[in-house]
Ligand binder design. Structure first.
Ligand code: NAP
Ligand code: GDP
Length: 364
């Protein structure tokens, strides 16, 4: 049903997308998806002292895409700079804006709480006001990257759109403001703004300091004899992990709905950090057995007895989110969305990709 609505929208509206956070994990997959659907894609990139476009280089260096007339343009900008947002929206005149830009790391948000609020909370109101300043509030659809971190210290399981929020970090609080300001602008100004409340999603393009990617990078290095062991924090934290490729598809489908929505996107399947470690080692045919408890716990390779994983409290957070499990029945009732990856194939994709990466470039 949503598919039908999507193609209807596609034929009646020009497909020009503006993506903040295009250099990130989700931004890069979303740009690929939108280009494959014939969109003109514009991305906001930040000025940085070294290249920050490795995840999207293939899109602007692809001669075939150029030949096919695919339109992909990058613009310098920042969610902390209102004037640039107004100028970009005025120039590009997007039909859809995907606000994926954020300081997205929960632990880092405890060290950079003011900055996180500036980008992840105030940045959203800057973007919304830029749309209104350009007089585009009735023509633009906006997607806000909301998060399961809003549920934090969960008050019910599984979490749905009706579950009360209880954030546990400066990141969660900033995203809470963003969620609500989107809702307020939607209702006050009748704007088409949707909050995608996405549970954790990972991929070979996930940032290296998130736990899944940290694990798959280390396991790949162990497989290639480039590392002996690594350290983690809370092994008992549980997450509902999906694949970013599947989740950007849900973002796009949400934006094609006639009515804007706030929707949970999740797999419903929960695993601990410890299980992610075991599954990653299983990909290289090694079994991990756990010994000890709390900070003295280690993960030992069953066959060789070598300690591969240690616990280091420096990776603990001042406040922890112990358990997240989403129920995305509402989204599934509004559009046809079925993840292609399950937990095992997600882990496989990440481990195999990191093995390839380090085989050719041990210092990557
Ligand atoms: P990511 O890989 O960390 O990407 C974040 C993007 O935001 C990067 O392109 C980054 O640019 C950009 N950015 C950071 N500060 C900015 C600023 N001041 N102005 C403009 N852009 C800025 O994150 P992701 O995993 O793709 O997640 C995308 C969005 O979904 C984020 O808002 C995140 O909080 C949210 N989210 C993620 C998950 C998840 O599990 N992945 C779950 C729920 C919600 P640089 O490349 O220059 O750093
Ligand atoms: P988050 O859910 O957005 O905070 O995603 P992360 O991948 O950063 O963390 C997921 C869970 O893994 C959290 O509960 C962390 O406390 C836990 N964790 C355990 N060890 C580590 C580690 O070494 N790094 C990170 N980033 N998280 C860890």
């Amino acid at each position: 049903m949503a598919e039908a609505m999507a193609s209807e929208n596609q034929s009646s509206r020009p497909n020009v997308a503006l993506i903040s956070g295009i250099t990130g994990q989700d931004g890069s997959y979303l740009a690929e998806l939108l280009l494959s659907k014939g969109y003109e894609v514009h991305g906001i990139i930040r000025r940085s002292s070294s290249f920050n476009t490795s995840r999207i280089r293939h899109l602007y260096e692809d001669p075939l895409a150029f030949k096919q007339g695919k339109s992909f343009q990058l613009h310098y900008g920042d969610l902390t700079d209102s004037t640039c947002l107004v100028k970009l929206i005025h120039k590009i005149k997007p039909s859809e804006i995907y606000n994926l830009g954020a300081q997205s790391h929960v632990k880092v948000s405890f060290d950079l709480s003011e900055y996180t609020a500036d980008v992840d909370a105030v940045g959203v109101v800057r973007l919304l006001d830029a749309v209104r300043t350009c007089g585009m509030d009735k023509s633009v659809r906006l997607y806000q990257a909301s998060t399961s971190e809003l549920y934090g210290k969960v008050v019910e399981t599984p979490q749905t759109e009706a579950t009360p929020f209880y954030p546990q970090s400066p990141y969660g609080c900033a995203k809470l403001y963003a969620f609500w300001i989107c809702k307020v602008y939607r209702e006050a100004y009748n704007m088409h703004i949707s909050n995608g409340i996405l549970f954790n999603h990972e991929s070979p393009r996930r940032g290296e300091t998130f736990v899944t990617r940290k694990i798959t990078r280390c396991v790949a290095k162990i497989h290639l004899d480039q590392m002996e062991s690594f350290e983690l924090g809370n092994l008992d934290a549980k997450r509902d992990w999906g694949h970013a490729k599947d989740y950007v598809e849900a973002m796009w489908k949400m934006m094609q709905l006639d009515e804007p929505q706030d929707l949970v996107i999740s797999t419903g399947e929960v695993h601990s950090v410890r299980e992610f470690v075991e599954a990653s080692f299983a990909e290289i045919d090694r079994k991990i057995v756990w010994e000890g408890s709390a900070e003295s716990e280690v993960g030992r390779e069953a066959d060789t007895g070598i300690v591969r994983v240690r616990v280091n409290p420096k990776f603990y957070r001042p406040a922890e989110v112990e358990f997240l499990q989403g129920d995305c029945s509402k989204a599934k009732s509004l559009f046809d969305w079925k993840p292609k990856f399950d937990f095992k194939s997600l882990v496989k994709d990440m481990v195999q990709s990191d093995i390839e990466l380090f085989r050719h470039n041990p210092n990557a």
